[in-house]
Design a protein around this ligand. Sequence first.
Ligand code: SF4
Length: 119
Amino acid sequence: MMTKKLTCIECPKGCRLIVDVEDGKVAMVTGNECPKGEKYAVSEIENPARILTSSVLSQGFGLKMIPVRTDKPMPKSRIFDAMNEVRKIRVTTPLKSEDIIVKNFLGLGVNLIATRKAE
Ligand code: SF4
């Protein structure tokens, strides 16, 4: 059994969670003031995911780098692969903010989208 401390980010209260972890699974959560805290702890420990934010190179625009992000959280375990992939991307056509740059990025069911326009 291992104990981990997390801060719940589901609301501004920021409860300090004490999480007992056994074989990679959450056994018990304390410190949460509502059920969302327990859900957050389980997803953080058992299935951690993050929205990836980065930027990609463009060719032929005033803007050299176009800021991008995934439209949904992706598994944290794939962030390294994702960054390697992001480095290879070159945008050569004009984009609006929220336009999809890569659909189903790395087959993860998330899209990589632009977060500002490039023309
Ligand atoms: S446990 Fe509930 S009350 Fe506490 S920070 Fe998370 S969402 Fe907010």
